[in-house]
Every structure is written in C-alpha cells, then in structure tokens.
Design a protein around this ligand. Structure first.
Ligand SMILES: [Zn+2]
Length: 331
C-alpha cells in the first residue's frame, strides 16, 4: 500500500503561475502570483520524549517531582518550581481520564484546523496525573454537539493511525461509547473504533398530516435543488465534490446526490449512501436550502443529525449553495 504524503503547505493553497488585472479606483493594475518560502525545522527539545512516546510507543508521559511527587502532564518541567527546583522524572500515566471542564466545540475552524472540525477542545486529567492535558475531543455517535462531553465525563485517549509526534496525534472520545476491551487497551487506535455505525435517532411513525407535510416540503426542496443545479455560483460551490446523501425525515426518505457541480434530489433512497441525514421535520432542511436559516445551525442545535463528523463540510457546502442562489437573485 502506498502512503500518500502530505505537504507542509497543502497543494490547494499554492496558486498557479499567472497574473490578473485588478481594478482599483477605475484604474487597471496587473497582479502577478509570486511566492516567498520560509520553511523551517523545529525541535521539540526537552519535550521530545513526550512526543516520541505519542508517536512510537503510544504512551502518555508526564513528569513526577522527585520531592513532592506531583505529576504534570505534559512533562513540561525538568525541575519543580514548588520544591526549590528539585529534578523531575519521566513517568507514564493512564490513558483514561476525566474532563476538567466542559469543552467548547469548534464548528467553523480557520483553514489550518478545518480538516479536523467540528471538534471539542478541553482539558483532561488522566489517571495518575495531577494536571490537565489539553486535547481534541470527538464522539463516535456522529457529530459532536453540546451535552455529549461535559465536565466530569470520563474519556479515553485514542491514537491516530498516522502519527508524526504532534499533539494532534491523539484525541479523546467518551468511554461510554467504547467496549470494556477498548477502554482497557493501551494505545487504542482510531481504526480500532467503529465510526461507521453511529446510533441513528429514531423517527416517530408518520400521521396522515405528517405525510402531507412531507410531500409538500419534498416538492419545494425538489424545485430549490433544481434551481441550484442551474445556478452557476451554486454549481461552483460543489465543484469536485461527490456525495450520495440519504435523508430521512418523518413522512419519508429521499436522496440528495452531489456529483462534481451537479446536484439533484431523487425520491429513491441510495443503496450505499456516503452519509445519512436525519431530520424529524422536513421543513428544517427545506428552510436551510431556501436560505431561511443555516443547515449548519440546525446540526449544532440538534434539529438535524448527520452520521459522520467530517460530513459537516458537505452541510457547509449546501448552506453555501443556498446563499449563492439567494445572491444571484439579488444581483
Ligand atoms: Zn515538587
């Protein structure tokens, strides 16, 4: 198997050789794409054993003061300031811990962290440690929404499959979502966790009224999606993107198919969707597509559930398409 190597600067940020004209105060100015290189190598210094522990041994290290016994994680001190600078020693701590506070969740990250969003970021006190370590947090039940991980929630450290010796080599998930064996296993890797079958919210049976409401919403969504498909700006929003989305609502299910600029609504459910969207009230999704409120907000507010964390990107694109259509109407 070939390993795809990532570049320090992702290819998408590297502009093509070329130039363009920018109009400023009625005058034309020629702008040329150019570059300035500043790559550098950074030493982890005295923290090297800690990061090597993450990368090579799948171990979490702290430092224990040889005098007072306080264990700090990460081991950022070689000498204890509380004990007249008595030396500290490297010790391994457990990989299960407790949230020290309720973590904030980042849904809209800067370009540097976009590929990881949405994620929680919080401080965990691992068993055997006296201080808290700041880590990223995820759930295996779909997208991370408020309430899943709180102050006091027990979490488990999970190691990325590809590790380079950075803090992002690890993250935590609630132990309540793992088996006893997984919780006990040291060096548990992301690929050992089942991310593919999160528990879908159940929908109540549809009444006649629900079905009528569904059919009305479906017809409106169909016409909006057809409009998106003919809108140049909206088509650009999904260039290069391919997703078969299964949408389940009270009253019925259907598919939204995104295929490199094309988007369509199909009344037949796809056999192997890329992800599932569950939305009790179909009008929630309809409002988002019609640019009467963002679909991303509905995900965060738990009105709309998606089966995969990373598909928040797709939701974001659908919102962008709704905005593109609205903007075209204004112009
Ligand atoms: Zn001490």
């Amino acid at each position: 198997m070939s390993i795809q190597r990532e570049k320090v600067i992702p290819a998408k940020y590297i502009p093509d050789v070329g130039s363009y004209v920018e109009k400023i105060d009625g005058k034309d100015y020629l702008i040329t794409n150019d570059a300035m290189h500043t790559f550098y190598r950074r030493s982890k210094g005295e923290l090297s054993p800690f990061f090597l522990g993450l990368r090579d041994e799948k171990k979490l290290f702290g430092c224990r003061c040889t005098k007072c016994g306080l264990v700090r994680v990460p081991p950022f001190l070689t000498h204890c300031p509380d004990c007249n600078f008595a030396p500290t020693e490297l010790v391994e701590v457990e990989q299960v811990g407790v949230m020290n506070s309720t973590p904030p969740i980042t849904y809209f990250a800067t370009s540097l962290f976009q590929h990881m969003a949405p994620y929680g970021r919080g401080r965990v006190i691992f068993q055997g440690a006296d201080t808290a370590l700041s880590v990223n947090l995820y759930t295996t039940t779909g997208i991370l929404v408020p309430g899943i991980i709180k102050k006091g929630t027990e979490v488990k450290l999970v190691f990325r499959d590809n590790r380079i010796g950075e803090m992002t080599d690890v993250f935590c998930v609630p132990t309540a979502e793992l088996s006893k064996e997984q919780i006990e296993k040291k060096g548990l890797q992301e690929s050992e966790i089942n991310w593919e079958s999160p528990v879908e919210p159940e929908l109540p049976a549809a009444s006649q009224e629900d079905t009528a409401m569904y059919n009305k919403a479906l017809a409106e969504m169909k016409s909006i999606i057809e409009e998106m498909n003919t809108n140049e700006r909206a088509r650009k929003d999904i260039a290069g993107w391919k997703r078969d989305i299964l949408v389940k609502t009270r009253g019925g299910k259907f598919a939204i198919i995104i295929d490199d600029g094309d988007i369509k609504l199909e009344e037949e459910a796809p056999s192997s969707p890329d992800f599932v969207m569950v939305c009790d009230d179909p009008n929630i999704l309809l409002d988002g597509l019609a640019y009467r409120g963002a679909i991303t907000d509905s995900v965060i507010n738990k009105k709309l559930w998606i089966s995969k964390n990373m598909e928040f990107n797709t939701i974001f694109k659908l919102d962008r398409m709704a905005r593109s259509v609205a903007r075209s109407k204004k112009a």
